[in-house]
Design a protein around this ligand. Structure first.
Ligand SMILES: Nc1ncnc2c1ncn2[C@@H]1O[C@H](COP(=O)(O)OP(=O)(O)OP(=O)(O)O)[C@@H](O)[C@H]1O
Length: 261
């Protein structure tokens, strides 16, 4: 009788031997990693090690000196501007602190990608924006408010709503929980997991937030000295003997017991 072997999830981001020099400094010195469909992948590492730069390279916003980057089956390094725009249309992005346009209401912020990158009419755009606002757990009353009228946690939710406006396959988050208080940070963790499960979203998150690393990430890769020096579950990474990891996670050597909850 034939037995079926479950296949591994598709690789949606494949980064191979990437080298990047910025202003004469070697930032990436052979970075290799895979992100699988439907997983939450976290890239951790010390400040200035090139995490955001790698995220930008995956979105064709920066070209590495050498190496290969494939995202959703496309060769990102070789792609032209048109193809890069098309790729970014399939990706939601929240950059650090989830900057929203302060002169637009939350609903207008969320509807903006729909206005710019779809041919949907006003009514449908507004309906989709309202749906996304509800999906991230914001009350309907948040839509007409301006970002300055919201708490930091609510602004972060609004930025997520905008990032998923176009139903992306991939969600890129750059330090999404930076500056949130512990309670809002915890709620944000639950929201990222909720969106991953509900929408089947693949998430690539750049973070140094131990809560996100321990409680949300399926897979963690630690970037240090230009390369991935440890990768696996957070429990596995936290046990790494790599000096840059040890310097970064003092006190977490014992695994989940050292985790923040
Ligand atoms: N466009 C740029 N022009 C000049 N230098 C840059 C540029 N982008 C990144 N860098 C430099 O590359 C290095 C890596 O930056 P990057 O923002 O990727 O680090 P990071 O690991 O995300 O840091 P942090 O955790 O502090 O945000 C830094 O030294 C930064 O100053």
């Amino acid at each position: 009788m034939a037995t079926s072997v479950p296949s591994a999830p598709e690789i949606v981001i494949a980064i191979r031997d990437v080298h990047t020099t910025v202003g004469g400094d070697a930032i990436h010195d052979g970075v290799t990693l895979d992100v699988h469909r439907g997983r939450i992948f976290a890239l951790a590492g010390p400040s200035g090690c090139g995490k955001t730069l790698l995220l930008r390279e995956a979105l064709a916003l920066h070209v590495p000196d050498s190496g290969s980057i494939r995202v959703l089956g496309r060769d990102v390094v070789a792609m032209g501007d048109e193809e890069a725009l098309e790729l970014r249309r399939r990706c939601g992005v929240v950059f650090e602190r989830g900057a929203l346009f302060s002169s637009l209401t939350v609903a207008e912020n969320v509807a903006l990608p729909l206005r710019e990158r779809s041919r949907l009419g006003r009514t449908l755009r507004d309906e989709i924006a309202a749906l996304k606002i509800a999906l991230v757990g914001l009350p309907p009353g948040a839509g007409p408010k301006y970002p300055s009228q919201l708490s930091g946690g609510m602004r972060r939710r609004a930025a997520l709503a905008r990032a998923i406006a176009l139903d992306p396959e991939l969600l890129f988050l750059d330090e999404p929980s930076a500056g949130l208080d512990p309670a809002s940070g915890k709620e944000f963790e639950e929201l990222v997991r909720h969106l991953n499960e509900l929408l089947g979203l693949t998430v690539f998150v750049v973070t140094r937030d131990l809560g996100l690393l321990w409680n949300v990430a399926d897979h963690v890769a630690f970037l240090g000295e230009g390369r991935i020096v440890a990768a696996g579950t957070m429990a596995e990474v936290s046990r790494s003997d790599e000096p840059v990891v040890r310097a970064y996670f003092p006190g977490t050597r014992s695994g989940p017991a050292g985790a923040p909850r």
